[in-house]
Design a protein around this ligand. Sequence first.
Ligand code: 5CA
Length: 450
Amino acid sequence: MRLSKFFMPILREAPREAEIVSHQLMLRCGMIRQETGGIYSWLPLGFRVLTRIMNIVRAEQARAGALEMLMPTIQPADLWRQSGRYDDYGKEMLRITDRRDNELLYGPTNEEMITSIVKSSVQSYKDLPLNLYHIQWKFRDEIRPRFGVMRGREFLMKDGYSFDLTEEAGREAYNRMFVAYLRTFAAMGLKAIPMRAETGPIGGNESHEFLILAETGESEVFFDRAFHDKDWSGFDIDYDDAAAVARVVEEFTSMYAATEDIHDPARFEEQVPPERRVQGRGIEVGQIFFFGTKYSRPMHCTVQGPDGKEVYLQSGSYGIGVSRLVAGIIESSHDEAGIIWPAPVAPFDLGLINLRQGDAATDAACERLYGELANAGLEVLYDDRPDRAGEKFTRMDLIGLPWQVIIGPRGVKSGVAELKNRASGEKTDIPLDAAAAILAEKCTTTAAHA
Ligand code: 5CA
């Protein structure tokens, strides 16, 4: 992508209303624009990150056996009367009446709709297990939308729902999603600590939240430092091996970790030696719930079991805050100069800076490398604008692509480009004629190790 053809409205200063660094940086980089309180447009740069996050989510969901689908944002109120949640949800739910006076709502979550879909199409235990998910916009009329997309009113969520015949199979489905979540967040360069959680308006018997650490996090968290030493991304898993999946869950739940709502100071002190006790703040990027029959019972969602008897399905639900993650990743990865994207979620793999746009030899060298990098399958943002070098450096640091390749007249004469690593700031000269091969190698390894 040529910067001269891209739409990335950079702001020199962050608007005053932005209180936290991720909100400031997202506005300054031209990733989002607020349309009204808690409702945002995603501009091209922001949308690229959102898309990469969705694709990482999709890849691990597929491995774990979940099927993608798409349900609408607008739902009929009657569906919610069946579960009894229509009144319970209160003012957070955006209620709508259409021209025929039908009562509708903008979905805050989809338990009712998916249960009704499964109820109408699944008759036999032989059609189970099922795990269905979608990535769709939600609306919750939060009292205090704040911090940009971190706590929006309209936000993008991955929500998945499992249906099983027995409680044991339902718990195995829960465990698979638990492990899939660890691996999904790790693939984005994040350590998301699982913590036992309250179930709130979603309900159910068991729940875990996944939190990433950041000073601006809304939750106070207490956990064992041993989490820091764990291998998050390295472990492989066979999702068909229920015992192996359960072992990973056991390993991650046996260490102390709790949000303030359920923190137990006595147990913390008893279980964790003083030097390993960590207290900090966290951002909830996902939450999973095991329901048992909480939704299937009131909605009469049953199948015929092996003995011919009707059985209520065992279900669970599994959410990831897709749009919140964009902000969460920035909170946990930035410096004074701007964002530092973990390679797998970066909007482009690298930035190419032409230091002297209009100089024939420099333009030619940049164009050649730009073509070679595209052939190597890399996504490049090529700064081909006629701006001063200083402005280009500042802008490229601000948007935080993992690598920058800098080409100017002096380098072209001696056949070198400068390569800068955004995270470490380290700069090296690389030969121009081998640059594409070197970068292809660096970009795939950073993605693999992030
Ligand atoms: N139905 C269940 C799981 S599918 C559910 O709705 N869970 S939830 O309420 O915990 O939401 C799932 C995730 O969405 C949260 O972990 C959080 O990361 C994200 N989320 C929730 N509310 C907001 C919000 N107002 N703005 C941005 N993200 C949010």
